[in-house]
Design a protein around this ligand. Structure first.
Ligand SMILES: *[C@@H]1O[C@H](CO)[C@@H](O)[C@H](O)[C@H]1NC(C)=O
Ligand SMILES: *[C@@H]1O[C@H](CO)[C@@H](O)[C@H](O)[C@H]1NC(C)=O
Ligand SMILES: *[C@@H]1O[C@H](CO)[C@@H](O)[C@H](O)[C@H]1NC(C)=O
Ligand SMILES: *[C@@H]1O[C@H](CO)[C@@H](O)[C@H](O)[C@H]1NC(C)=O
Ligand SMILES: *[C@@H]1O[C@H](CO)[C@@H](O)[C@H](O)[C@H]1NC(C)=O
Ligand SMILES: *[C@@H]1O[C@H](CO)[C@@H](O)[C@H](O)[C@H]1NC(C)=O
Ligand SMILES: *[C@@H]1O[C@H](CO)[C@@H](O)[C@H](O)[C@H]1NC(C)=O
Ligand SMILES: *[C@@H]1O[C@H](CO)[C@@H](O)[C@H](O)[C@H]1NC(C)=O
Length: 457
């Protein structure tokens, strides 16, 4: 009997260590994401606190490692505990810039000092004002946040969030629009239509004044094309300071040409109605021919319900630009999301986090998972295979740590089950198996919890 008891305890300890996938970040929405070589860095976001029915802004920074094969059941996240943000933050935009293209520039967003937050009040005290620091820099080596140094040239824009922001390969950031409201320390809801350049090499601001700028707006996605044009899609606009916002129709495409410094508008065609939205994402496919638009929500300010179509392609290879709905095959589609992250790497669209929306009411769930769309074959997949070049399901065996976990857990489970079966058969009563010479070292509760849940997925 002792042998069963000992192996049971030993194996449940082993399976606790190897089978539980600790360190997986909590679900969240409104986080920022940016690709840095073969990693995607995620930061901030709002996490649901069920007991309070409130959202807690995150100050975390962590990355997803894309250098080797992984399964979405166990995404290789690394938490950068030392690199926590100065504030809890969401709804900013992160881009990679600086002279060595290794510094993350976090542009705008809400911020809350997590050590002074008062959960008893709905409105947090905003301990900064609109003229304060607008860009924070995260050095990926050695994982520290810095503020812009003295000597920055030009005048920075006032603080704002939900801007439409991209960086050109030469290190110049283009920040368009955005908004302030209560959560930004402004008593008035105000959307912007100004456009600023921030040169991350010279550290200089410049406001660009060009004719035909769109109406003030926030939440539009910004996608940079290789020809230097920026494509703005969706979001909301505002007619007058303080007035309510209007959802922008998705077929209205605003374009800013960073070479000629000029604005223009296109009307995209679509065979079906596309619901307008905020909290969506837009990524350029690696053939540079189309933009994949995903998720978001229409019922802004009322509740966060799902938008349709939820996943589409905007073909920009010829004019007029053309929308079409995408219906990928595959067994691992994401739930409908808003305020999620989407990044393209090695032809995979990597979707992470976000509010899970539904057709009826507010989203009450946040997503903690990673989903993969393999763009060339239009399939939802569960294995990230960076070397992949065709549509065959040619997945290599899982990498060694996964294999060890699977083997280790399988053996553990089999041995423990066998042990219990034999023991019960021998003792005729499961309680006696754990109530022998060594006392209550195990319990039914432990068995229930350990056995079914700890199998690897
Ligand atoms: C997620 O949804 C909830 C409920 O609608 C909302 O309060 C929260 O602000 C959303 N998160 C983001 C980042 O928009
Ligand atoms: C909010 O987040 C901070 C930082 O992650 C954490 O220390 C704090 O306990 C959280 N507050 C609540 C009420 O969950
Ligand atoms: C947050 O508040 C604490 C307590 O008032 C203060 O010491 C700290 O400097 C604040 N953090 C930032 C980044 O402002
Ligand atoms: C929040 O409310 C609780 C209960 O009323 C109280 O004990 C606590 O001191 C309050 N916290 C703050 C920061 O006001
Ligand atoms: C709290 O925020 C709401 C809007 O979200 C605003 O109407 C109200 O005046 C604020 N209350 C305080 C005390 O600032
Ligand atoms: C707002 O910023 C200005 C300029 O930096 C500063 O003089 C002022 O004290 C700030 N106000 C608050 C409330 O922090
Ligand atoms: C990058 O290009 C833009 C124009 O395309 C120019 O205004 C800017 O100065 C350039 N930045 C650098 C660092 O060369
Ligand atoms: C798409 O644009 C990028 C950036 O200019 C370029 O490196 C890449 O070769 C282009 N891809 C194709 C298929 O033309």
């Amino acid at each position: 009997m002792r042998i069963y008891l000992i192996s049971f305890i030993l194996l449940s300890v082993i399976s606790k260590i190897y089978c539980f996938l600790d360190g997986h970040p909590e679900g969240r929405g409104g986080q920022e994401s940016v690709q840095v070589n073969d990693r995607i860095y995620y930061m901030g976001g709002s996490r649901l606190i069920r007991s309070l029915k409130r959202y807690n802004l995150s100050d975390e920074v962590f990355y997803l490692d894309l250098s080797s094969l992984f399964n979405t059941a166990n995404p290789p996240f690394t938490d950068l505990t030392d690199g926590k943000m100065l504030y809890g933050n969401e709804k900013g935009i992160a881009v990679l810039g600086g002279s060595s293209r290794s510094d993350i520039y976090l542009v705008g967003g809400t911020q809350v000092n997590l050590s002074t937050i008062n959960w008893n009040v709905t409105n947090q005290t905003i301990n900064w004002n609109v003229t304060d620091q607008f860009i924070y820099i995260y050095k990926t080596v050695p994982n520290t946040w810095t503020k812009l140094q003295q000597g920055v040239k030009g005048t920075q824009p006032s603080r704002r969030r939900s801007t439409s922001t991209v960086i050109k390969p030469n290190g110049t950031i283009y920040i368009f629009g955005g908004r302030v409201e209560q959560d930004m320390g402004s008593s008035t809801l105000m959307l912007y239509n100004d456009l600023y350049e921030f040169d991350t090499i010279q550290l200089s601001w410049k406001q660009i004044t060009a004719s035909y700028a769109p109406s003030p707006r926030s939440h539009s996605t910004a996608t940079l094309l290789p020809n230097g044009k920026i494509i703005y899609i969706g979001g909301v606009s505002q007619d007058a300071v303080g007035s309510q916002t209007n959802l922008i129709i998705m077929t209205e495409i605003q374009i800013f040409d960073t070479n000629s410094l000029s604005w223009s508008t296109r009307t995209a065609s679509s065979s079906s109605l596309i619901q307008p939205r905020v909290g969506h994402t837009a990524v350029l496919t690696s053939d540079n021919n189309s933009i994949i638009v995903m998720g978001g929500t229409s019922s802004y300010q009322l509740s966060q319900t799902t938008v349709y179509p939820n996943l589409m392609k905007l073909d920009i290879s010829s004019e007029p630009y053309q929308y079409s709905e995408l219906k990928p095959s595959g067994i691992n589609p994401p739930p409908p999301l808003s305020y999620h992250s989407a990044n393209i790497y090695s032809d995979y669209m990597i979707i992470a986090f976000g509010n899970i929306t539904n057709d009826v009411t507010d989203s009450t769930e946040t997503n903690s998972k990673v989903y993969l769309l393999y763009v060339p074959c239009l399939t939802w997949e569960s294995t990230f295979n960076p070397g992949r070049s065709d549509c065959k399901n040619n997945q290599k065996p899982p990498n060694p740590p996964n294999l060890n976990i699977i083997i280790g857990c399988s053996i553990a489970v089999v041995v423990v089950i066998t042990g219990i079966i034999l023991c019960v058969k021998f003792r005729r009563n499961i309680f006696e198996c754990f109530d022998s010479d060594h006392g209550n070292n195990g319990s039914i509760d432990t068995i229930d919890r350990d056995l079914p849940n700890e199998q690897p997925t």
